[in-house]
Write a protein that binds this ligand. Structure first.
Ligand code: FAD
Length: 371
């Protein structure tokens, strides 16, 4: 059969593209090199719990069109992200808000909290003596002061980057939002949640009645012959790989996960706990059931699955997760984008092919805008 589109990658970009193209009467073949469809939102089911295999994913957006679109495929639950920070056994609410300040300093009113932060910021600014912050440590101290920096930012950031805050550039932290209300909702967006029945339901809905092949690598099976079977290519794999790395390799940051079953219905009482000191080598512990089970449902499921997250340097063969947007990688990506412009019958889209960090909703928004 001849197709209108060969779509490389079954993540949200590829799957949404296939859905919209099918609606317009186009025929698509989706190929996916992994054994499962869904890209990074794919979930394994362990002990009846949907386990976010490629990292915890929370859908959030203020774009009503995107929210209505995903809800037309699958209903979303009311999960609200409200992470906890654990610093050497002391617990704090995130993001930084009145609950955090009250736990940190015993303050009760916004005025008391503001005063405390201003005092600590003033201390940091005095040390700078008029000069601009020259590294991440000075930048963070000047934005929120020493208590929040030392307990909630410093060692967590060092684990994330594998370098000391005083050796990291200040531009990594542009702003550190603080809220003077008792509100632990991490996102400011209008809508958030997790698909009822898990992300695989979203992908199944998007790819219903679309031809799909898993465990199929574009480069070994279709690179040289795709024009024999399709008019156009939608490519969502790594940008540099498409061009055979001819200009060099783009760098990525990555994380790996140690996942295990715990013989208790409720391990940490929250989906996301950040470990903000060096006492633990991991940055976060995710307890997957709390994304989709609430109240008594947590206890109706006798076990739980948790994942420890470790930040690590990217090496070939690892999952490419976050683009490194420093000068040399940005320049290299730009050169590849110039090459991509010359491929008239190829659409390059998504986080790998655009070498751009995208949340899920903007990926969907981008695809909807193509139709
Ligand atoms: C750790 C982590 C946590 C995240 N958490 C959130 C979150 O909480 N909220 C949020 O909104 N967003 C989150 N995101 C972002 C989200 O994952 C992306 O927006 C989304 O995955 C983008 O979809 P995509 O289709 O571009 O890429 P992907 O999902 O990566 O899909 C690309 C697909 O292409 C396939 N592929 C690549 N090369 C080939 C080839 N040669 N042949 C065949 N197939 C190929 C890959 O196997 C993959 O399945 C997170 C991202 C990461 C890395």
């Amino acid at each position: 059969m001849r197709y209108d589109y060969l779509i490389v990658g079954s993540g949200l970009f590829g799957a949404t593209f296939a859905f919209k193209a099918k609606q317009m009467g186009k025929r698509c073949l989706v190929i996916e090199k992994r054994p499962n469809l869904g890209g990074n939102v794919y979930c394994d089911t362990i002990e009846g719990i949907h386990v976010h295999k490629y990292g915890a994913h929370i859908f959030h957006t203020s774009n009503k069109e995107v929210w209505d679109f995903v809800n037309s495929i699958v209903e979303f639950n009311r999960y609200t992200n409200a992470p906890i920070a654990n610093y050497k056994g002391e617990l704090y609410n995130l993001p930084f808000n009145m609950n955090t300040f009250s736990q940190m300093w015993g303050v009760r009113t916004p005025e008391e909290a503001q005063k405390k932060i201003e005092e600590q910021k003033a201390e940091a600014l005095l040390k700078l003596n008029g000069r601009a912050p020259s590294n991440l440590e000075e930048q963070a101290l000047s934005l929120v002061g020493k208590d929040i920096f030392e307990k909630l930012i410093k060692e967590y950031t060092e684990k994330q980057w594998g370098r000391k805050c005083e050796d990291l550039p200040s531009f990594i932290i542009k702003r550190l939002p603080v809220r003077f209300v008792y509100d632990n909702n991490y996102f400011n967006d209008k809508y958030q949640g997790i698909p009822v029945g898990g992300y695989n339901k979203l992908i199944e809905g998007l790819l219903k009645d679309v031809d799909c092949k898993t465990s199929c690598d574009f480069f070994t099976e279709y690179k040289d012959c795709w024009r024999d079977i399709a008019d156009r290519l939608v490519y969502t794999g790594p940008l540099d790989e498409y061009f055979g790395y001819q200009l060099g390799r783009l760098n990525w940051r990555t994380v790996f996960f140690k996942t295990r079953i715990e013989d208790t219905p409720n391990f940490q009482g929250n989906a996301v706990v950040n470990y903000t000191s060096h006492e633990q080598p991991y940055t976060r512990v995710i307890e997957h059931k709390h994304f989709e089970m609430f109240g008594q449902e947590v206890y109706n499921c006798p076990k739980t699955v948790i994942s420890e997250e470790y930040s690590t340097e990217y090496k070939q063969g690892m999952e490419p997760y976050y683009p490194v947007n420093d000068e040399s990688n940005n320049r290299l990506a730009e050169s590849y984008r110039e090459l991509a412009k010359q491929e008239a019958d190829v659409v390059f889209g998504g986080r790998l092919a655009e070498y751009k960090y995208y949340d899920m909703a903007p990926v969907i928004e981008k695809v909807l805008g193509l139709f």
